[in-house]
Design a protein around this ligand. Structure first.
Ligand code: NOJ
Length: 687
């Protein structure tokens, strides 16, 4: 299928026959421009080599979205693929297939793109292919570099990939190389005010287009951050090793995909499957052992300082307390009970003393064997916890045994953690002395991946905290189910809080990369203690809406059992809402202001809707056209009370029920800092 490629500057006869082999001399003489359009001709990518340098450009309906942007890789110990290049071959193909997610925001995903593969060669016979996959909603490109017989090992010193935007777009972003990793409130500024940013990075153009820059399939490579190099250009800035090199390669390799999603509405960014589609299919085979679902656990009580991770009188992970959680989970239908602080290593300064963590040694007051049996008898599983505090050598030396130990206790999911004060991980370098690696460089990318693969052998899912960002690898490794990677609920327990606008930012930024273990569902918002000591900046209805808005296949009900039992009517929504979906539709929203998302349960015909706003109240009109037509539904509506607000009256909630169908338009009133959650259950045919 060559119909999407045109070689400008070549005789018509050649381009019409779709001849895509361009000889080096012809290429440099005529400077051909290779063109590939998305399946419905929405986006067009052009590629050329000019003065020996490879470049690409993107337009949408003929209007440039990216100006000519540089491509290339520089090696510090081998001939570079950056200058003196010629196009030596190109080829196109189109793909249109549909694949099934074992769990996810939607069950079926269509993968429909046009591909252009351009082979460029430089000095010393060095060559690589730059592969573009162009969808109607965005595109990705990556470098595929064959082995070089003369240079078995090559070190990337610089990746030249650029995104040359056409204006000083409004940008929502987080800085790179910061001590708290991705855990900052999003900034909004003109693109020109960005210095170095992590991805996903979100933009809105003056013409009203919404853009998201990210990467897909980050495997054995360094994270790509984006450096502002002036003139609205962002350049790939790879997080380096302690020795300054960027990526250490051996033999043939492929880089992650560099991606841009382009949408006419902000919600189009949420509905895109570009990142997942650019990842390889499931490499694990049968994954029916994975269990998406909701969990509770020994967690919030430590963050609000009611109990401790450390041993002693206030130790949270004691047998009696965990039993209480197992009973609560069994009674209300939760599948998992997370237990943090169960193992030796938490006493003293656990962040500094990572080497003290033992992953097969429980504290004496935690009867793991007995609790595993008890949980099983109640149809519940313990969720394991491995806090490493960045002690990678210590953790890796115990990794297999640690996973086997959890598996022997019937554990199917483990939350891992990498708390470090400065985003730097110590390891013993080649010279036998300690060196410090960035948490998002290749060293750690390899580590996170290793944990996921070892866990898979033990049929265990991973929920990474202080993770490397999500780049869609859950498609290839479906046991990498969720992660943190942004400011979660815990910040509301002990910091100045996330503020009422955080979720409306997250939905259009961090969440574009994949599931997040935000840990929603705090119900104690209005007690004296909560108002005095925490900064939750949320109404109760908004806490419910988070279960729909913030997708995670492992979704926590984070508050204490007694706080749920004190509000049974609102708790009903958390009991009902699933964590695995057949379909998802982002219905409405603006970045940082509000978002409305509807999802259909994977195991029933029920639909759920979540809406969250920012600090301003808002009246939304929500057409219910996503419901099955001809069907009557009972809508169970959890809305902010008329006098609710995040700062003065956060717990006021109005729970009502009414009959609706797909022709209805609901008015939803969001209080300042508020939200709304709805369950739609079919009750029969429309008469
Ligand atoms: C940070 C994690 O995000 C949090 O959920 C966990 O409780 C602590 N680390 C301790 O591991």
């Amino acid at each position: 299928m060559h119909r999407f490629t045109r070689l400008r500057g070549l005789p018509a006869r050649l381009s019409m026959t779709g001849l895509l082999m361009v000889s080096a001399s012809l290429a440099s003489a005529a400077e051909p421009v290779l063109t590939v359009a998305s399946p419905d001709h929405v986006l067009t990518v052009q590629v050329q080599v000019r003065d020996g340098q490879a470049q690409y450009q993107l337009s949408r309906f003929g209007v440039p979205v990216l100006d000519w942007s540089r491509l290339g890789l520089q090696f510090s110990d081998a001939p570079s693929l950056a200058d003196g290049l010629n196009i030596v071959a190109s080829a196109t193909r189109t793909v249109d297939d549909t694949w099934q997610q074992p769990w996810g925001e939607r069950q079926w995903i269509r993968n429909r793109f046009s591909e252009l593969r351009v082979t460029v060669a430089g000095a010393d016979e060095a060559a690589m292919a730059v592969v573009f996959r162009v969808y109607d909603e965005g595109f990705g490109f990556r470098y595929e570099v064959p082995a070089d017989a003369k240079h078995a090992k090559r070190t990337i010193g610089n990746e030249l990939s650029e995104f040359a935007f056409t204006g000083d777009h409004t940008t929502w972003w987080n800085g790179a190389y910061l001590p708290n990793r991705y855990e900052y409130l999003y900034r909004q500024s003109p693109l020109s005010a960005v210095w170095k940013a992590v991805t996903p990075l979100t933009m809105k153009t003056a013409q009203g287009l919404y853009l998201s820059v990210h990467e897909a399939a980050l495997l054995d490579y360094a994270e790509m951050t984006l450096e502002n190099v002036g003139g609205n250009r962002l350049k790939a800035d790879l997080v380096p090793w302690s020795d300054g090199s960027k990526v250490k390669t051996e033999g043939a390799f492929a880089t992650p995909w560099r991606t841009l999603t382009v949408a006419e509405r902000a919600t189009g960014l949420i509905d895109s499957d570009l990142i997942l589609n650019l990842n390889e299919p499931n490499a694990l085979g049968d994954v029916s052992w994975l269990e998406p679902g909701k969990y509770v656990g020994v967690w919030w009580e430590m963050h609000i300082r009611k109990s401790t991770w450390a041993s002693g009188d206030r130790h949270g992970a004691n047998t009696a307390n965990v039993k209480r959680f197992i009973d609560f989970a069994a009674k209300y239908g939760f599948k998992g009970v997370l237990v943090e602080g169960w193992n030796v290593g938490w006493d003293g300064d656990w962040i500094a003393n990572s080497e003290l963590f033992k992953f097969t040694t429980p504290y004496p007051d935690y009867d793991f064997d007995g609790l595993a049996r008890y949980a099983k008898s109640k149809g519940v599983r313990i969720i394991g916890h491995h806090e490493t505090s960045g002690g990678i050598a210590n953790y890796e030396s115990q990794l297999d045994a640690a996973m086997a130990y959890m598996q022997a206790h019937d554990v199917r999911a483990i939350k891992t953690g990498y708390v470090k004060q400065n985003g730097l991980i110590e390891r013993i370098g080649d010279a036998g002395k300690p060196v410090h690696e960035w948490q998002h460089g290749q060293f750690m990318v390899r580590h996170y991946q290793k944990v996921v693969e070892v866990a898979a052998k033990h049929r265990i899912a991973i929920n990474t905290h202080e993770p490397i960002k999500d780049t869609g690898l859950r498609r290839t490794y479906p046991n990498w189910m969720t992660r943190e990677g942004a400011r979660g609920q815990e910040y509301n327990a002990w910091s100045e809080g996330n503020g009422p606008g955080h979720i409306a930012n997250l939905a259009f930024t961090r969440m574009l990369s994949g599931p997040m273990d935000f840990t929603p569902g705090i119900f104690d918002l209005g007690s004296d203690e909560a108002l005095r000591e925490r900064n939750l900046s949320s109404t109760l209805a908004k806490q419910l809406a988070l279960y729909v808005v913030l997708y995670s296949p492992l979704q926590m009900a984070a508050d204490l059992p007694e706080n749920y039992e004190a509000k049974p009517a609102a708790f009903q929504f958390i009991r009902d809402v699933p964590a695995d979906w057949a379909q998802t539709r982002a219905l409405d929203g603006e970045i940082g202001d509000f978002v409305v998302i509807a999802r259909q349960d994977r195991n029933s015909r029920d639909w759920y809707l979540g809406a969250v706003g920012d600090e301003n109240g808002r009246l939304l009109r929500v057409p219910l056209g996503f419901l099955e037509s001809g069907v009557r539904y009972r809508a169970q509506i959890y809305a902010d009370g008329v006098d609710a607000s995040w700062d003065k009256n956060p717990e006021a909630i109005d729970i009502s029920s009414r009959e609706v169908n797909s022709n209805a338009v609901l008015s939803l009133r969001l209080a300042p800092g508020g939200g709304a959650a709805i369950r739609f259950a079919p009750i029969g045919a429309v008469k």
